[in-house]
Structure formats: structure tokens, C-alpha cells
Write a protein that binds this ligand. Structure first.
Ligand code: ATP
Length: 310
């Protein structure tokens, strides 16, 4: 039944509007079989809405999408058999035990996998007989992923799987996502953490205000800046009169809250010129940092805002 093609998901001009407001504004992309595909963007960018249209929870107002050759609107029943979905708002039955809730979910599907190995894969073996309400945030999140896997889907959708988790619980979840990829699953996840997108994803679609503004591998996205380094600083005094583009070696100028960012691949030249320029204007530099350019910088370059403040 499967179409033999490289891509397993195709979104073609997807649109979602709420009254006069366009939450998703005609986005198109393809997801390749076996990849971890990230949708990165600030709060309100339209990531969840996009994911909900792909899994059949919201009907697109325009465009279409297919998963494994099945249209997500017309062939939803077929789509449901091959996808597993973990949403931000997954409500779990608090009084059931871990194994009870997994058996319940498994009973909804024709195809099922053994529950105990699934519990072990999600590092929940010692919680098998615990009630859901007694689990920590990270354990609940891993249970939600287990529930998305009970019917052995080919494609797993995870909506902000690590939001609200502590660093250790986040890392555990990253390992689980890596192991899903190793098993040949295709994973589509949304996140607003750039470090997470960089580490986990083979390719990343960056969304902002309902539109897809970039799509590539993390390293190609960063390379598109054509600058290896970011020099971040503040001036202690008003520097409105100074044009930072005149500083030597600067390819681009960005800003984040009250900090200025210079992108350069001639670090020494830029630093020398920055200090000389500051001196000649009587300006004092503060909070100077030099770092390698990141996905956050790609977003700043494309939108003029940072992922955190957007
Ligand atoms: P977050 O990280 O906060 O979940 P997101 O990128 O997933 O953000 P969406 O949840 O897809 O963003 O929301 C996109 C926009 O659509 C937001 O401005 C949101 O307020 C709006 N929106 C979402 N659902 C509805 C709805 N049912 N009615 C009206 N507006 C909505």
C-alpha cells in the first residue's frame, strides 16, 4: 500500500485561519522517511496548529497534506493506523496504573505491540504498577510517548515533548527520541528550544507568524549566516549615532533585547575595529561575549527578533 518514495509526509500549501487571523499561512514541506524533522519557532508561530492539521485534529482551510500516500482529511482512518501522536495537552487517566492505561490505549488499535518491553524502553519498568497521578513530569511525558507507540506506528508526532522538564529529564527524552530514530521511525517534533532542535533534528523547518521561513539541516542553516562567530555586547552609553556596519569584517548586525550582535568570520579584525570605533566615539563596551553562531542567530537574522522574545 505504501508509495515507494523518499518522502513519507507531504504538506502542500497548508492554511489555517481563526476568524480574521491566519495561524498557518500556506506552508509546504516534505518529511523524509526515517528522519527526525523539527518544527522550530517561537510561541504562537503556528507549530502546534501545523502538527494538528497533519494528524487530522484540525481541518485545513486551504492546501492539503498526505502521510504515506494517504490524504490526512479524506483517508484519516488509514493515516491513524500509521501515526502515533503525543500532544502538549495529552490528558491521562490519573487513577489508572501505567500498564492499565497502556493496555487501554492498545485496545483501540488493530495492531498492538507487547506492553512490557515498551514500558522498559520508556524507562518506566519500576513504575509499571504505579498510578499515573504519582508520576513525575518527565515520567508522564515518557508515558505519553509510550501511549503514542502502542500500535507500532511508522511516524511519531511529538508536540514540544520537553517543555517544562528539568535538564536531566530533557536529556532522557532526547535519548528516547534517538532510539526511535535508530528503530527506523520517522519523528516529527515541535520545539522552541534551539539547542534541542540542533541536537535532535536531521532537518529543521523554522516557522514565524504562520509562515515557514527556512528549511534545512541545522548545520546548513547556521552556515547560511556565512559567519562563524557572533560578537555580542552592549554599549554603556547611547550609541544611536554609530553605524555598526562600518566595523571591519562585519557581515551582519543583529540585536537581542539591549545587546548588539555582530556576525563575522574575521574575528580578530572585527574585535580590533570594534574597540577602536568604541574608543573614538567615547563609548564603553559592556558584557562582551564571543561565541559560535547558532540557530538562534539564524532566527534573529531572518526576523530581527530572538526566538525567546518573538
Ligand atoms: P506554542 O509554542 O505556544 O504552542 P505554536 O507555534 O504551537 O505556539 P499555535 O498553538 O499553533 O502556535 O498557535 C498559532 C496561533 O494561532 C497563535 O497566535 C494562537 O493564539 C492562535 N490559535 C491557536 N488555536 C486557536 C483557536 N482555537 N482559536 C483562535 N486562535 C487560535
Amino acid at each position: 500500500m505504501w508509495k515507494m518514495s523518499d518522502s513519507i509526509i507531504t504538506a502542500d500549501g497548508l492554511v489555517k485561519t481563526y476568524g480574521d487571523f491566519t495561524a498557518v499561512n500556506g506552508i509546504s514541506f516534505k518529511v523524509k522517511k526515517g528522519e527526525v524533522f523539527g518544527v522550530l519557532g517561537p510561541n504562537g508561530a503556528g507549530k502546534t496548529t501545523t502538527l494538528e492539521m497533519l494528524v487530522g485534529l484540525r481541518k485545513p482551510d486551504g492546501g492539503s497534506a498526505d502521510i504515506g500516500g494517504f490524504d490526512v482529511v479524506k483517508d484519516l482512518n488509514n493515516v491513524k493506523e500509521v501515526i502515533g501522536v503525543q500532544l502538549q495537552s495529552t490528558t491521562l487517566f490519573e487513577l489508572l496504573t501505567v500498564e492499565e492505561i497502556l493496555h487501554l490505549y492498545a485496545s483501540f488499535y488493530k495492531k498492538q505491540i507487547p506492553i512490557q518491553p515498551l514500558i522498559a524502553d520508556m524507562l518506566l519498568t519500576d513504575k509499571t504498577k504505579s498510578r499515573v497521578k504519582s508520576l513525575s513530569g518527565g515520567q508522564k511525558q515518557r508515558l505519553a510517548i509510550a501511549l503514542a507507540l502502542v500500535h507500532d506506528p511508522l511516524i511519531i508526532f511529538l508536540d514540544e515533548p520537553t517543555t517544562g522538564l528539568d535538564p536531566q529529564a530533557r536529556r532522557t527524552l532526547w535519548d528516547i527520541i534517538f532510539s526511535l530514530k535508530e528503530k527506523g521511525k520517522t519523528v516529527v517534533l515541535t520545539t522552541h528550544y534551539m539547542d534541542e532542535a540542533h541536537v535532535l533534528c536531521d532537518r529543521i523547518a523554522i516557522m514565524d507568524q504562520g509562515s515557514l521561513i527556512a528549511l534545512d539541516t541545522p548545520s546548513e542553516l547556521v552556515r547560511s549566516l556565512q559567519s562563524e562567530n557572533a560578537v555580542e555586547f552592549r554599549f554603556e552609553e547611547d550609541s544611536a549615532a554609530l553605524d555598526l556596519n562600518t566595523i571591519e569584517g562585519v557581515k551582519q548586525v543583529g540585536s537581542q533585547q539591549d545587546a548588539m550582535i555582530l556576525y563575522t568570520d574575521q574575528l580578530q579584525t572585527t574585535l580590533t575595529s570594534l574597540i577602536q570605533t568604541a574608543d573614538s566615539h567615547g563609548l564603553k563596551l559592556a558584557d562582551l561575549q564571543i561565541r559560535t553562531a547558532t540557530l538562534e542567530d539564524v532566527f534573529i537574522h531572518m526576523t530581527g527578533r530572538s526566538l525567546r522574545e518573538a
